[in-house]
Design a protein. Sequence first.
Length: 125
Amino acid sequence: MNETLSRWHEFVKTGNPEILDEILAKTVKFHSPFVWKPKEGKAMTIRILTTVTQVFEDFRYVREIFGEQNFALEFEARIGELTLRGVDLIQIGDDGKIIDFEVMVRPANALQALGLEMGNRLAPV
């Protein structure tokens, strides 16, 4: 497994934002399931990812697809009574840092609940 991806799993387990500071590129792009235009930069991406780890309950990866620099990580989590499924699409640059992070989530009612909770915690962004 890629070292950066191993560190990512450590972040998911611990929630330690210092790990994100190590593995995210300065110019990382974060693609949210809520907006078309990606958020850019390490600080914003750290803020979003640390917040979502507080929102998700019973988070776990159920499938991982590995490439050389691209990874698809399918996950399952809860928000209150709603269970959701999603995919993290991660691209790693030549320097070993994450340069692109995209999240997709279903079903729509769980996505709406996630959006509401994230909006409450991140406002104003």
